[in-house]
Design a protein around this ligand. Sequence first.
Ligand code: NDP
Length: 499
Amino acid sequence: MNATHTTPATGPRIIGHVIDGVEAASAGRTIDRRAPGTDEVVSQVMAADAAEVGSAVAAARRAFDEGPWPRTTVAERAAFLHRVADLIDDHAEELARLDAEEVGKPLTTARGDIGGAAGLWRYAAALAMTMKGQTFTEGGPDHTGLVLREPIGVVALIVPWNFPALILSQKLPFALAAGCTAIVKPSEFTSSSASLIFGLIAEAGLPAGVANLVTGDGRAGALLSESPAVDLVSFTGSTATGRKVVQASSGNLKKLSLELGGKAAQLVFADADLEDAAAAVAHGATFNNGECCVGQPRLLVEDQVADDFLAEVVRRMERIRVGQPLDPQTQLGALIHADHLAKVRGYVEDAAEHDGTVLTGAAPLTDHALSAGQFMAPAVVELTRADVPLFTEEVFGPVLGALRFSTREEAISLANGVEYGLSNTIWSKNTDTVLDTAKALRSGTVYVNTTIDAPPQMPFGGYKASGVGREMGEAGFEEFTELKSISIRTGKRTGAFPV
Ligand code: NDP
């Protein structure tokens, strides 16, 4: 397999497909990617057409049905996954810089992503080593039941732009660990790190066709979702696109794993450590530029501490260093593109027109060093009502919407009163408050006295419109498997059947 990632001495990187182990030289359309921090074209991404997507699916199908990968031992698969993890470590800085540049996220955040990505390849290796089924002997002395855990088949892995290398690594190593073959579709905005990782996968010795890369826009994702030769789609992205994947996948009733949007709340009770909570609220609203499904864009704060708490959050938000993504001092970078920046600022303007008070931020940044990019100051808006889009919809930018509450029941009702259910955070020192509230929240993850902080051993996914299925943890690994029950009787069956 050739690496597709070409970095010319000058000019944009050329990013293309890897199909059946070969860099596919598409003669068709390319998509320019402009860096959100500078507006310069940094990569040109080949846009897969239907024939190329078809070739990638056919290669993965052949590799699954006839190739060696699903028939390797778990130890062989684990050894391969460890080699990739080591190579990711070796290329960590290069990968971090690609993601920082193309997403617009701070380099420090991107470095954390790549460390996390390497860890996920190692964790998937451990899961491969412990892959197992079950046996049953409860059907009588002449009965043996075997439940085999098998790879599900050909999987399409559709990755969004906010954590390109990390979310790819939440999917691909787990699929490979299970013995699946795969087609990866990164976002058109952020394909460079996927391309580099495919070079590393080749270097680590994966057989041709086991992992294929198709670049391009949403049409490639739609073609994968509807392909009858794909057994599972693992999709991370917006809830709106997730619904399209559900519809497109119905032809062969393929399995789906959907990680969709979120609208988390931080519930701050008066008895909390308010200093820690204020720092976490500012972090939760701005981590990864606020472009984060487990970001925490809503604050629910108990009445009696609300004035001082909001003042402290505002103070911390105003200290956040907005800057060029590749500057290691930057804490908040550039949003993904100009339309998105306009949309995010539009939510703030709309809230201000609906009785909201902008306590800080949201103004365009005119500093010369930032003038070409998609930058904004982080914003805090105090709301008086829970029915404004800033409070109910996924804004996906560095904006915090705050509401006050007076009872625990009110806080829970406000937290649960949105269509999403991915995560929430509780700040309190009272065990009853913490546990009773955690149980009442309708979300796949609840952080307590910390935020955006859970190890990959814990399953990750959403209630309600935030998704279907789980990623990571044993449950996430099992999404890439099927169970086969084999029911066996020994001895003669005389008289066992009524005919
Ligand atoms: P999108 O839903 O726009 O895109 C996600 C991926 O799907 C991209 O690769 C995109 O390609 C592709 N795609 C676009 N149209 C289709 C289609 N019709 N069929 C199949 N695939 C398609 O999300 P974003 O990339 O904008 O990412 C941000 C969203 O992702 C946010 O809403 C966020 O909450 C969510 N997200 C959820 C996470 C979770 O785990 N719950 C984690 C991270 C993000 P292209 O970009 O080339 O158009």
